[in-house]
Design a protein around this ligand. Structure first.
Ligand code: SAH
Ligand code: SF4
Length: 380
């Protein structure tokens, strides 16, 4: 596809292909490996610590294991297999967009936003003093290579779906970025948003396994994580049954099924009312809210009568909701226009006046194509 360098062009090669990747394995799986090469059980615990707490990227670095043990692991073909940052684009606003290569040379994009994603409840307009102040840094994580959903306004959709990411590849993006930024989990506050390339609920099992790894092994609480779905009904229904569950964002993007179907053809399958019914089955704490994301497309869904219809829809749903408005970020060959700033302001004002908590997400890293829906344009 012209203008969209594909994985072969990145030059990571395929020499690193290995199905003996340690990163992503849980304790019991590590125990099987250590016992299969004749090691004591506690070696598995050391390995687990080295992978998820120390975040070492090669077996050589795991000096908590004696040389002989490392040699045994390597002789058996095991590699850490942490995804590698192969290219970095830095925005004037401090956002960094990474091209991250997995062990088979596929690439995905991961974004580091040092001041958060600009849509956190509490202080949506607050700028931090320094771009390197990551008290509320947010990492935007990809769940698939490409995406199958085909939203008409999204650049990632142009890629189609190439493959699912494994749990280790999803969690490993986080580890790679934490390493690059020297983040100490526990000391530094980190938020995760699963809003990069792909539809997390079309890669459900790997996605949820990654969440459990990030919570239980890496140590980031699920209350600091938000997963965004375009509205995959069976995924939402399964999500409702989970014991460990990030916050949920629904990409609503329209005030009715008719407009939603035009811009998100997946709506033909699952209607807004059905999605809301599934959301109602998710247990929520007293202060918890869903996020509805709403991408404003100039002239399509950004007029005052759309705001009125959206307000009625949201209020009528009786769901606890925060609306995140996102002014559409342009991409090549995508047939929409950005909303006029006065329309955006009027839209937000109307929702707030209707009693709906509404934030306007500031675009992050638009100059480096790191903003929402711009992922997979590898040359800025
Ligand atoms: N696939 C998931 C998560 C990734 S997309 C989902 O769709 O929810 C993350 C958010 O970016 C979604 O809310 C989507 O509606 C929004 N988005 C996609 N393309 C965009 C664009 N060009 N400009 C602004 N937001 C966009
Ligand atoms: Fe996929 Fe989300 Fe883009 Fe839709 S908006 S094509 S679901 S990544």
């Amino acid at each position: 596809m012209a203008g969209f360098p594909q994985i072969e062009e990145i030059g990571t090669g395929s020499g690193a292909i290995s199905n003996k990747v340690l990163y992503g394995l849980i304790q019991e799986q590590l125990e099987k490996i250590t016992s299969s090469i004749g090691l004591k059980k506690y070696r598995a615990r050391q390995l687990w610590h080295a992978l998820y707490k120390d975040r070492f990227s090669s077996v050589d670095q795991i000096t908590t294991l004696p040389d002989s043990v490392r040699a045994q692991l390597q002789a058996a073909g095991w590699v850490v297999g942490l995804p590698q940052i192969v290219q970095t684009f830095t925005s004037i606003d401090g956002t960094e967009r990474y091209l991250i290569a997995t062990s088979d040379g596929a690439t995905v994009e991961t974004v580091w936003m040092p001041n958060g994603d600009g849509a956190e409840p509490g202080d949506p307009t607050q700028e931090s003093a320094s771009p390197l102040d990551y008290r509320r840094a947010t990492i935007c994580v990809s769940s698939q290579v490409g995406c199958a959903v085909n939203c008409q306004f999204c650049l990632t959709a142009k890629l189609g779906i190439q493959r699912n990411l494994t749990a280790g590849e999803i969690a490993g993006q986080v580890a790679a970025v934490l390493n690059r930024q020297n983040v100490k989990v526990g000391r530094d506050r980190i938020n995760l948003v699963f809003m990069g390339m792909g539809e997390p609920f079309l890669n459900y099992d790997n996605f949820m396994a990654a969440v459990r790894l990030l919570v239980e092994a890496v140590g980031i609480p699920e209350s600091r994580m938000t997963v965004s779905t375009s509205g995959i009904l069976p995924g939402i229904e399964r999500f409702a049954q989970e014991a460990i569950r990030p916050k949920l964002a629904l990409s609503l993007n329209a005030p009715n099924d008719e407009i939603r179907e035009r811009i998100m053809p997946i709506t033909r399958k699952w209607k807004i009312a059905d999605l809301f019914a599934a959301l109602r089955t998710i247990p929520m704490g007293p202060r918890q809210r869903f996020t509805f994301e709403y991408v404003l497309l100039g002239g399509v869904n950004d007029q005052l009568h759309h705001a009125a219809e959206l307000a009625a829809l949201v209020r009528g749903s009786r769901l606890p909701v925060t609306v995140n408005l996102i002014a559409w970020n342009p991409g090549p060959e995508i047939p929409y226009v950005m909303p006029a700033p006065e329309d955006v302001a009027a839209f937000q004002k109307h929702l707030i006046a209707s009693g709906i908590q509404t934030y306007l997400r500031r675009p992050r890293g638009r100059d480096i194509y790191a903003a929402c829906g711009q992922l997979k344009r590898t040359v800025a």
